[in-house]
Write a protein that binds this ligand. Structure first.
Ligand code: AMP
Length: 208
């Protein structure tokens, strides 16, 4: 049995064609079904569609053999127990700082709202900036508007969400794409199942 954990939403949508090229096709549709475990065209392969931040945890503990998750989530999770053999180059975006449009640079201690607490801490420490990091679970854009923070750290794609909330992108922290991650024990025990899958993904990516 092979279990693949995939972040729901944008990453799942972008991963579907890649999985299809590797002849893994879900039978259940997560948009219409409430099932959390999706059957596929192979009896011994199933997909679990879960929150992005839970994917590394599932794979690390072996609840899933493989996972597809954004690099933003993986660097925040910081685990040595995962192999990351492949950049799938899907769901690309940028991890950035953003602040109210035309707001002056703040000198001294700043307040930063983000769900990427560890990554933000490392980033600002690396720049020698004193930052108080405020953990939020969503709607980061709201924080500067209501005076909760001076700026945010979030993933940005088109920038439309920032602009719609009177914010502008400032500094690029990191380019983000989704990665394939593999449980270390599974890589050894199920090598004959997993390696061909990695090879197929690699082939598909090379043809894109
Ligand atoms: P945007 O296109 O910049 O307006 O992005 C819309 C929202 O989707 C932002 O608030 C981001 O948090 C989120 N987002 C954008 N790209 C990604 C991605 N690749 N993975 C996960 N979330 C994303």
């Amino acid at each position: 049995m092979l279990t693949i954990a995939v972040s729901k939403g944008r990453i799942y949508d972008d991963a579907l064609p890649l999985l299809a090229e590797a002849n893994i096709i879900p039978i259940d549709d997560p948009k219409t079904s409430r099932k959390l475990i999706l059957r596929t065209n192979h009896d011994d392969v199933k997909l679990v569609i879960i929150r992005a931040t839970d994917v590394p945890t599932f794979v690390e503990y072996g609840a899933a053999d493989l996972g597809i998750a954004g690099k933003d989530v993986l660097i925040e999770h910081q685990s040595d127990n995962l192999y990351e053999p492949l950049d799938l180059k899907i769901a690309c975006c940028k991890l950035m700082t953003a602040a109210p449009t035309d707001a002056p640079e703040i000198s001294g201690r700043i307040r930063v709202a983000t769900k990427y607490v560890k990554t933000a801490e490392r980033y600002f420490a690396g720049k020698g900036i004193q930052a108080e990091i405020i953990k939020l679970y969503g709607a980061m854009e709201l924080a500067p508007i209501v005076g909760l923070a001076d700026c945010i750290v979030d993933v940005v794609d088109t920038g439309n969400t920032l602009r719609a909330n009177g914010l502008e992108p400032r500094e690029l922290i990191m380019n983000i794409s989704s990665r394939l991650v593999v449980n270390k024990a599974s890589m050894k025990m199920k090598h004959q199942l997993i390696q061909p899958l990695i090879d197929q993904f690699e082939k598909t990516l090379a043809q894109r």
